[in-house]
Design a protein around this ligand. Structure first.
Ligand code: ATP
Length: 255
């Protein structure tokens, strides 16, 4: 039995001057899913999550995420509806502490707090304390409880990638999108990340995982979508997808 629908893509296409980055994608994401998105370089994975988060508008088709018509909604309002993501290339502030990086993530969607801070100090102080506690709990959630006061640039590579997840968690998302979180990780780090993703899903988060580490995707996800030349080549359980001849031909067999 599957949970409520979190996201629906219907006939979604994105064209860049004649290049069909994403073409005719139909997709549904249900509450509690850990959905993997795989495919060769240039298959359209990043474009697809840019579409889901409202960063780029679709050329055609409709995208509904958490009740929001994404193509017609400003990106910050899509985020406020409960969508959070990490990026393929790190966007941490290296000279800020780990805790400060997480606070930045929270403030992206709680701008009114700043106003209250200006006009009503006692409540602002309370808010600030709460924000710090919340940021610390996000750090703890990814296993970085002891590293809050370390500069982000001083963390190990694997810890930096986890910090990015902590920052994405700071806005209390319903849907968490991870763009190649295991890139550059060693086996031990990738296994730990896989466990973290599974435990976040157990807490009720819906997760969309874009990854080139196919072994990790197969181990972590309930369902997998394979993109190829912007189109959905296959959708299914890890066993179905890894046994699919077209997927092996287009992607798995070439690795
Ligand atoms: P990778 O695994 O390498 O990150 P990907 O599956 O995420 O690749 P995309 O980055 O979504 O693929 O790119 C899909 C196609 O769209 C590619 O052919 C790419 O060159 C093209 N594309 C993506 N963004 C743009 C853009 N802003 N302008 C022009 N073409 C683009």
């Amino acid at each position: 039995e599957r949970g409520d629908v979190v996201a629906t893509l219907a006939g979604v296409s994105k064209e860049y001057g004649g290049v069909h980055a994403v073409e005719g994608v139909d997709l549904q994401l249900h509450s509690g899913d850990v959905l993997g998105l795989i495919g060769p370089n240039g298959a359209g994975k990043t474009t697809l999550i840019n579409l889901i988060t409202g960063l780029v508008p679709p050329s055609s088709g409709t995208i509904t995420v958490l009740g929001v018509d994404v193509g017609r909604t400003p990106v910050h309002r899509v985020a406020a509806a409960g969508v959070s993501r990490t990026f393929q290339h790190s966007k941490l502030f290296g000279r800020m502490t780990a805790l400060e990086n997480v606070l930045v993530g929270a403030h992206q969607v709680t701008r009114p707090t700043f106003l209250r801070r200006l006009f009503w100090l006692p409540s602002a102080r309370r808010d600030e304390r709460r924000a710090l506690q919340h940021a610390a709990s996000c750090l703890a959630r990814v296993g970085l409880a002891e590293r809050g006061s370390a500069r982000a640039s001083a963390l190990s590579y694997g810890d930096q990638r986890r910090l990015e997840i902590a920052r994405a968690l700071a806005s209390d998302p319903t849907l968490l999108i991870l763009d190649e979180p295991a890139a550059g990780m060693n086996h031990v780090e990738a296994d730990a990340l896989s466990e973290l993703i599974t435990s976040l899903a157990a807490d009720g988060l819906t997760i969309l995982l874009i990854e080139h580490n196919v072994g990790m995707v197969l181990r972590t996800c309930d369902r997998i979508v394979v993109l190829n030349f912007g189109e959905v080549l296959a959708t299914g359980t890890p066993a179905e997808v890894s046994g699919n001849a077209a997927v092996v031909e287009a992607y798995l067999g070439r690795r």
